[in-house]
Design a protein around this ligand. Structure first.
Ligand code: PMT
Length: 409
């Protein structure tokens, strides 16, 4: 998903739409902007043109290309449309199908996903008519990015402020990731009804571990859990019964997944090994600490002069234990490396008796930990490899399962 059509309507928050255009462009989207005549009372077309480096559309009747109908072509071009700020007036027009300017005409003429970002006075927002119009649009499949509370231009401190540009970009990013995953599933040769994962029991580990030093300090790592959660979600889509053993993350648990929350490597070890016998396949995407403070303190460690020495002990190696106690399970390990990636990954495959190791370069900050993207190479037991390339983690979750579909049993 790449093309964003931003519709700006006539509210004081229109100035924030300039920043939104900039942030969307920096995030890699191709942004075209439409302005209503009321929006042009607050901001100029030139600002958006300069920031987005694209033409700006202000009039339904300026048809520069005789080969197309401008408002239809614009809607077709867009992968998503954002109306920000969306006034009560535009929301009302959209909910009743009025098409009397470039924005409402374009939106009425397209089935592209639409995101409405309201911004207005609190009483206007809470007005029964506006709320009714919002409900009508939600029923029609419009997405809403809720206004925040804060100081409004009318002087009230209340709900009605346009959502912050960064939050809007995050919502669009998440939508893009989900659409990419859906497309990937649709393209996948194995629909879940025929998937070899259907009805199978899968356990996925995700996220970091947290090793306490004292009640306020701990040793952890930068894993967000995204990769493991997306694998769990992709497995559910293919019909598997999925248990997700997760370190602390900020992620929503995918629907249909049984979640087991853990903190330390020891807790994760116990949660995984207790359930191991029942599993057909295990994915070890979690970033497990190899060390933990030898004697966690029950009280807060006080400052003292000079250096502080802490003794660390080894934590259990969960993947190695699973490899040693394998009966029928297929074992998918990961390798987070910063150098000699392929060699270290192959060594881990042997040492931990895994069936496949999925290696990534966590030294590259644009992928790996916390990022939405990664670049994996799968190393199989028969010494074959599969380089998956750089993609969103949502797509990689499906590419990994695609590669395993025919091999894992
Ligand atoms: O969570 P994200 O932000 O989406 O990032 C994804 C990721 C970078 C965490 C993921 O791609 C990844 O590489 N996960 C494995 C991280 C890791 O701990 O790698 P490792 O090379 O240190 O360990 C190798 C394997 O042994 C891993 O499967 C790990 O889960 C497992 N292990 C490691 C140590 C330990 N004590 N017990 C283990 O089971």
């Amino acid at each position: 998903m790449k093309n964003i059509l931003l519709a700006v309507t006539g509210g004081i928050a229109a100035y924030k739409a300039i920043d939104l255009t900039s942030k969307l462009t920096q995030a890699g989207y191709d942004v075209r902007v439409m302005l209503t005549s009321h929006a042009q009372k607050f901001v100029t077309a030139l600002s958006f043109q300069a920031i987005g480096r694209n033409p700006v559309y202000t009039d339904t009747f300026i048809e520069e290309n005789p080969q197309e109908i401008q408002h239809v072509a614009l809607g077709d071009w867009a992968d998503a449309i954002i109306v920000a700020p969306a006034t009560a007036n535009t929301i009302a027009k959209l909910s009743t199908g009025i098409a009397d300017d470039i924005v409402t005409t374009t939106l009425l003429a397209t089935e592209t996903p639409k995101f409405i970002v309201p911004a207005m006075n609190v009483h206007m927002y809470e007005n029964r008519r506006t709320q009714h119009n919002i409900e009508v649009l939600k029923e029609d499949g419009y997405h809403f990015i809720e206004p925040g509370e804060g100081f409004l231009a009318c002087g009230y401190v209340a709900k009605g402020r346009m959502a912050e540009p960064l939050d809007i970009v995050s919502t669009i990013d998440r939508f893009a990731t989900d659409s990419e995953a859906t497309e990937s599933t649709a393209e996948a040769p194995n629909h879940h009804i025929e998937s070899t994962f259907a009805e199978k029991r899968a356990l996925v580990t995700a996220g970091p571990t947290v090793e306490e030093l004292d009640p306020v300090r701990y040793l952890s790592n930068r894993s967000s859990g995204k990769m493991g959660y997306l694998i769990a979600e992709a497995l559910v889509e293919r019909g598997a019964q999925v248990t997700l053993v997760s370190g602390p993350t900020h992620l929503a648990v995918p629907e249909g997944v049984e979640i087991v929350n853990t903190q330390s490597a020891q807790e994760m070890f116990e949660a995984v090994t207790e359930r191991y016998d029942d599993q057909d396949i295990v994915f070890k995407a979690a970033a497990v600490s190899d060390y933990a403070p030898a004697t966690p303190l029950t009280h807060k460690l006080k400052k003292q002069d000079g250096e502080l020495q802490v003794t660390f002990t080894r934590t259990p190696d969960i993947l190695k234990y699973l490899g040693e106690h394998k009966t029928h399970q297929y074992l998918v390990g990961f390798a987070a490396e910063t150098q000699n990636i392929d060699n270290y990954a192959k060594a881990k495959l042997q040492r931990k008796n895994a069936d496949v190791i999925i290696a990534n370069n966590v030294g590259d900050r644009s992928i790996g930990f916390s990022s939405d993207d990664n670049d994996y190479t799968m190393h199989f037991k028969d010494q074959s490899t599969a380089a998956l390339g750089k993609h969103s983690k949502a797509k990689l979750a499906h590419l990994i399962l695609d590669k395993l579909e025919t091999r894992w049993q």
